[in-house]
Design a protein around this ligand. Structure first.
Ligand code: GUN
Length: 311
């Protein structure tokens, strides 16, 4: 059997970033200032800092106003809420994202709910969650979709003409990935199973999947023999593990070397889903700018089916 085709998330993300850069130019021309993104991070966690720097740098490269707020780990909840309140009222800022996870003195739910829903480009606010839940099959959400599952949906659209009727299994039920991913797949007319730590016979549940999304945050948790022959496997995990000779290595939530022997197509780690998350953050920010300024929405917001109108 041939090995799985690799799904090039880097290439797809470059295309989307190109589209957002074009949208940014139009937004600047039409309203006099570009899309603005504010990224907030607390603490010194090296990997999170690097990740946030990438988001800020890519936003600037796409022609956005890009502002990064590096706050100390000891920042109080009220200080953080005061900054969010100020950014909510800053006209040049269209999108606000606070990098998770937050230190224990700050309640994550309070922070997420403090961001104005129309600037919540992470799509984590309950209003945006509700809008995704309320979208009918074939309709795009009227709010903001969380970036990682939206990136997964875009990659699936590139792989398959139409997702309707496919068996989709999502492993992991986080608010950031698993839950919104299941809703997006449902809206694509897939038959969806949302599996989690209490799911019985997980391996055989996964073997049903034409589309398998792994988002559990555990290195190489999904084994190769859980993958149906020819399935599309999206690996959302980014786990740093100890490699040989004191080095460290990035691995996903899927045992790649095993899964590549059975899948039809699979995302690598790195270079699969990760770049799509950043690209979708920029896409959401351009979308927020258009909505806030009543401008025509960018084409990527319309998410048409490969077949034409949504079925
Ligand atoms: N931490 C891990 N992924 C994400 C994300 O997509 N957004 C935010 N804000 N924090 C994260």
């Amino acid at each position: 059997m041939p090995k799985a085709r690799l799904i090039d998330g880097k290439l797809a993300a470059e295309e989307i970033r190109g589209q957002t850069a074009a949208a940014a130019q139009r937004i600047l021309a039409e309203r006099g200032f570009p899309p603005g993104l504010a990224v907030i991070i607390l603490g010194e966690h090296a990997a999170s800092r690097a990740y946030v720097r990438t988001k800020t740098r890519m936003a600037a490269a796409a022609g956005f106003l890009s502002r990064q707020f590096d706050l100390p780990r000891e920042t109080s909840e009220s200080e953080l809420l005061a900054l969010i309140d100020k950014l909510n009222r800053t006209p040049e800022i269209d999108g606000i994202m606070v990098q998770l996870h937050l230190p224990p003195q700050v309640r994550t739910a309070a922070v997420i709910e403090a961001i104005a829903p129309e600037k919540d480009v992470d799509g984590f606010h309950a209003v945006n969650g509700g809008r995704l839940l309320a979208a009918s099959p074939g309709q795009q959400s009227a709010g903001f979709v969380p970036c990682t599952p939206w990136g997964c949906q875009m990659l699936l659209r590139r792989e398959l003409r139409n997702l309707a009727g496919r068996e989709a299994v999502v492993v992991g039920r986080s608010n950031i990935v698993g839950k919104p991913m299941a809703l997006l797949l449902l809206n694509e007319n897939c038959t969806v199973t949302l599996a989690h730590s209490h799911t019985r016979e997980l391996a055989s549940v996964c073997r049903r999947a034409d589309i398998l999304v792994a988002a559990v945050g555990r290195p190489e948790f999904v084994r190769g023999d859980w993958v149906k022959q020819g399935a599309i496997v999206l690996d959302v995990g980014i786990n740093r593990i100890a490699g040989e000779g004191g080095t460290s290595q990035l691995v996903g939530d899927v045992a790649f070397a095993e899964a590549v022997e059975r899948a039809g197509a699979i995302t690598p780690v790195p270079g699969g889903i990760g770049p799509m998350t950043v690209a979708c953050l920029l896409a959401n920010t351009a979308l927020a700018a258009c909505r806030r300024s009543s401008l025509e929405l960018p084409a990527f917001a319309l998410a048409p089916h490969a077949d034409g109108p949504w079925a």
